[in-house]
Design a protein around this ligand. Sequence first.
Ligand code: ITT
Ligand code: MG
Length: 199
Amino acid sequence: MSAPRRFTGDTLVIASHNSGKVREIAELLAPYAAHFTTAGALGLPEPEETGDSFVANAELKARAAASAGHIALADDSGLVVPALNGDPGIYSARWAGPEKDFALAMAKVEEGLAGKTDRSAYFVCALSLAWPDGHVETVEGRCYGTLVWPPQGEHGFGYDPMFRPNGYAITFGEMDPTEKHEMSHRADAFAQLVERCFQ
Ligand SMILES: O=P(O)(O)OP(=O)(O)OP(=O)(O)OC[C@H]1O[C@@H](n2cnc3c(O)ncnc32)[C@H](O)[C@@H]1O
Ligand SMILES: [Mg+2]
């Protein structure tokens, strides 16, 4: 295997159209990239997520944005629920429908869990850094926890209000963002990416 390619300090494009994610990525990235912009700010289209895994979709989104000329970082993430055979998984965004209604998406998860005792779940975050020549570096992070009902807390985004990480008495929705950044699936993936490409 060849050595990982390092980020060289150019402008970095955050290849996501999700403002919750962009905010978290910008905060995690601040120490490593002085200049960054977003796919939305550059007017780049949102590519169709046709991959069959988090990694495949992260690479597809990163490559699509990098083709515009700057190194790009994409995140494909989601909530995996073993009692729902892994759903919503890579379809986590799509479960919220065109209106991006996560109250609806969380209610669908809860409905699926009716009568089930296993309420374990984990978040996955694949991060892919792509160069304009097509090279990619990809990592995957996880965070394990339990699903609670009703949803609790106003912080974060997506499924955060119903996810209580193991070892905590509160949901991601109730957690201070700086604390989520220390132990989330995105933080786990970030630590791996920093070690590979930013040090
Ligand atoms: O593809 P981009 O443009 O980045 O934005 P997206 O929202 O479509 O992102 P994904 O395709 O990766 O879908 C992931 C969904 O999983 C959910 N998700 C991911 N990370 C999460 C987190 O930290 N907390 C809560 N929900 C999360 C969230 O609802 C996302 O919409
Ligand atoms: Mg998406």
